[in-house]
Structures are given as C-alpha cells and as structure tokens.
Design a protein around this ligand. Structure first.
Ligand code: FES
Ligand code: FES
Length: 163
C-alpha cells in the first residue's frame, strides 16, 4: 500500500489518473515517466526554456519546476489534452501547422501550451503582448516570427468561432 506521504492521483486532461510519486518529484517527470505523456518535453530542467510548459488551472507553468505534491488536486492540461473531444485541433495547434511555426519542433508543445494559456486569458493580444507573454519559451531554431504570427492567426480564428 502506498504511504500517505506519497501522491497517489493527479487530474490530467480531464481524467483522474493513479500515480505513486514522491511529492517532491517534478510534475514533468511524473507526466512523462509515470503517465507516459511524453508530449511535454524536458529542455533545461531549470525553468528557463519553456519546453515543459503545461496548463495548471488554465495558467501556463513550467512543469519541471512544479512539485507534483503542489500540482495534486489541481487541473492539469498537457498537449495531449488540448484538442477537442472529437480530435479537432485547438486553434493554436491548427495555426502552428498552417504557418509551419516550427523546425525541429522540440519547443512546439511548450509554445502551444503557453499560447493557449495566453489566448484563454487575453483573447486578442497585440504582437508586443504576445512577445512579452512568450518570454519564458525559447526556440533554438529561431522560428519566433512564425510562432508570433501563428498565435495572432489563432486569436483571429478563435474570435470567429465566438461569433
Ligand atoms: S525544461 Fe522546464 S523550463 Fe526548461
Ligand atoms: S522549432 Fe526547434 S527549438 Fe523551436
């Protein structure tokens, strides 16, 4: 039987999943190693690159720096849970594809999660606001201009959907 000090469940992508983790373990490690949600990437492990970005209660967070004991009881969304129930891509995912806003794509899931969190909080951000909000996400391939354009495109699509 798991010790009471262990974290035994996590609410991820709308489902409560059983885990057995030290509360001090990083959320990123638990997502990848225990739950096989490998779309969330390990980059720096120090909260500096954003490859590991997920949404916690709708807010973008660097999962490498979040202890799973803190994340327990909160609602976590990873890239695997962003598409709609029928598999329809989130507008940010679709815009990244449409504008080919990636090269190696290692940063992409983190970028998309950060952008989805931004647009949920601020539906019509200007370019400067997008650049500012994405400061925590690094693309080593230099695709930032296309990433910003994709986020703008997603904002327009989401505005049309709301009509
Ligand atoms: S791996 Fe988490 S910020 Fe770089
Ligand atoms: S597309 Fe390669 S790091 Fe961003």
């Amino acid at each position: 039987m798991a010790s009471a000090r262990r974290v035994t469940e996590l609410k991820v992508n709308g489902t409560t999943r059983a885990i057995d983790a030290d509360p001090e373990a990083s959320l990123l490690n638990v997502l990848r190693d225990e739950l096989d949600l490998t779309g969330t990437k390990y980059g720096c492990g120090e909260g500096k690159c954003g490859a590991c970005t997920v949404l916690i209660d709708g807010q973008p967070a660097h999962s490498c720096r979040v202890r799973v004991g803190v994340a327990s009881g909160r609602s976590i969304t990873t890239i695997e849970g962003l598409a709609g129930p029928s598999g329809t891509l989130h507008p940010v995912q679709q815009a990244f594809l449409d504008l080919e806003a990636f090269q190696c794509a290692y940063c992409t899931s983190g970028m998309i999660m950060a952008a989805a969190g931004l647009l949920a909080a601020k539906p019509d951000p200007g370019e400067a606001e997008i650049v500012d909000a994405m400061q925590g996400n690094i693309c080593r391939c230099g695709t930032h201009p296309r990433i910003v354009a994709a986020i703008r495109k997603a904002a327009v699509s989401m505005k049309e959907e709301r009509r």
